[in-house]
Unconditional design. Structure first.
Length: 259
């Protein structure tokens, strides 16, 4: 968005009355700000999150600034494929259309761990969960597109995609905690997978606009996992890194623009 007219969500996002938009991880950080900005333009928003209490708090926060916001909570734990299936089934039963799917939720720099199905925790949450969720919502997305709708899938990626294992995706190791890999390499693998997934969506579903966006260096709290693993180093680096970070409001512009 640099070098041209600055994107202003208040002015540049059109009226979204009649549109249905689903945002994963909409309860905090970039997801919360994305929902807040979209809510101003009258869509039916589905805020997908793992914690009902945090989601309800986020919805109350949004309605504090956008009283007319039409938001429905959708329980979704991307680290559990059973939860992903249940969330997709719930949405498909409630809504006959989906104009925009924003796969925003994610984790970063976590210690070695796995999802409920045994996938490396960052790869499983950031990619596998969103992969299945998108697949299960695809019939509704396609049906909406057939009605001449401007249907979009926005996948939140990162410059971290440059940090995957040597040679790209280490899929043979992905169904493990990948403890022998650096935490940033594991994160990089998940973000590279997001981009490759987006490219394949574009190839397979040309009627749907699929984009991957990088929000920039944002202070969203995602790096807390690294700080917990390395408290001394995290405390030393945080004030330095903060000098190069942009705000959540600025970071949300990329997926709002992609929308």
């Amino acid at each position: 968005m640099s070098g041209g007219k600055k994107f202003d969500p208040d002015k540049d996002i059109p009226d979204l009355t009649g549109k249905t938009i689903l945002v994963t991880g909409g309860n905090n950080g970039l997801g919360l700000e994305t929902c807040r900005q979209l809510a101003k333009h009258n869509p039916h928003l589905y805020l997908a999150a793992r914690s009902p209490s945090k989601a309800e708090s986020a919805i109350a926060d949004i309605k504090g600034t956008v009283p007319h916001a039409n938001i429905t909570f959708l329980e979704l734990d991307l680290a559990s494929l059973e939860s992903v299936k249940n969330a997709a089934d719930t949405f498909n039963a409630k809504s006959d259309r989906l104009d925009v799917l924003i796969n925003n939720a994610g984790v970063m720099a976590l210690p070695p761990g796995t999802t409920k199905e045994g996938y490396e925790i960052q790869f499983g949450t950031n990619h596998v969960g969103h992969f299945l969720f998108t697949k299960l919502l695809m019939p509704t997305l396609q049906r909406t597109a057939e009605g001449q709708g401007d249907v979009r899938i926005v996948n939140l990626s990162s410059e971290g995609h440059r940090l995957p294992p040597k040679g790209g995706l280490a899929l043979k190791d992905a169904h493990s905690n990948m403890a022998s890999y650096n935490t940033w390499v594991r994160y990089g693998q998940s973000k590279l997978a997001n981009i490759l997934f987006t490219r394949e969506l574009t190839r397979r579903y040309p009627a749907i606009k699929s984009v991957a966006v990088h929000p920039g260096g944002i202070d969203t709290g995602l790096s807390l996992g690294f700080q917990e693993q390395h408290p001394w180093l995290g405390a030393f680096l945080r004030p330095i890194v903060a000098l190069f970070l942009t705000t959540v409001q600025q970071g949300a512009l990329t997926q709002l623009f992609g929308k």
